[in-house]
Design a protein. Sequence first.
Length: 465
Amino acid sequence: MSTSTVNGGISFWYAQEGLPAPREPLPGDTTADICIVGGGYTGLWTAYYLKKAVPFLNITVLEAKFCGYGASGRNGGWLYNGIAGRGRYARLHGHDAAVRLQQAMNDTVDEVVRTAAEENIDADIHQGGVLEVAYTPAQLERLKTFHAVEIAFGEKDRALLGARETADRVRVAGAVASSWTPHGARLHPVKLVKGLADTVAALGVTIHESTPVTEIRPKHAVTPYGTVRAPYILRCTEGFTAGLKGQRRTWLPMNSSMIATEPLPQSVWDTIGWDGREALGDMAHAYMYAQRTADNRIAIGGRGVPYRYGSRTDNDGRTQPATIQALRDILVRCFPTTAGVRIDHAWSGVLGVPRDWCATVTLDRSTGLGWAGGYVGSGVATTNLAARTLRDLIQQDSGQSGPTDLTTLPWVNHKVRKWEPEPLRWLGVQAMYAAYRGADRRESTGRTTATDKVATLADRVSGRG
């Protein structure tokens, strides 16, 4: 790691934009019609759509640090149509139900773009789609299968590209094929979350920051500064859910890490291409995700130290030097001409992982408690669909409307068992990612088109398969 690399400090996106001006903490006990716990994308989008639907609602958002402190301010800026758990939902509810869920996600990408423009939120959004590449024989076979499955779930506008067509978009070293979908965009995560928070506040939603919620129970959100009482309490805490009383084993806080290069000169871009600014990923088991930023850097991420014992989360995004080096190695493997470029920033964040790897939206009509999350790293778009679904569930429960297309999607009210107690979950996650990294190494040096058997077993044991 270079001595010039900034490590932590929340994220590169905040280093660019600056931290937001602090909002006041909760001044004491109060009441609301709806209390939302968590000031990230899920909570803010939910407040936005509820307030737009019913302007007179008294909505309070409680945030432990500041809006966008968690994954919403640290992610890779992939606004895309992936959703965690679609395959399981197809098995549980039928193929057609999962197709409806996928179509809703396709539409969600456009909804975020449209709303950002309507609310004058400039988040560096560029709709170049998503390009996922393969550069080993085993990855190529997985890519073909992945592409066929996406087509089967209704994505008729997806394209399978050969080596030359892939290079015409992005010249990833050794890439033999890729799958491209138009349902994706690159964006600046912090510009989106800051703009959304300001928009929600301007609508009349009350946001209290520096107000950690320690316990959620029916009609009560408890903080050190007082309790908010409301008929509906919505938990929108994603990777930080484990810090709430009674939620230690609900969602596992999985770590993901990123680096951002210095702005690259045109001579480097001439070797890479990437003029369409697609969101870029690969078919590795320990996959990478990347974007070409608005100021011509490469921001690239992947799993470093995947999990901290006891579901602990970091405070400032600081990243281990070995992880930074591993990400740099991936960068140079994909783009050899970046070997000498400076890494300006490295950071990490947590995402929420349910035991069955399925994102969910729930409203318990008997208690008024609701939640959404478990996005497993696909939350930039999924949060928006979750928020609109929570809006419809609350309007249905309060008698303002009946069931809608969103309230009948298969991820609504899905129940997930808890994670194993420690040390079993720590051992399990460490073993899983060691298996994936080992599988990637073996596949990169082998000629077989078959997926590594150890990775297949890890998928099955972990619940991903």
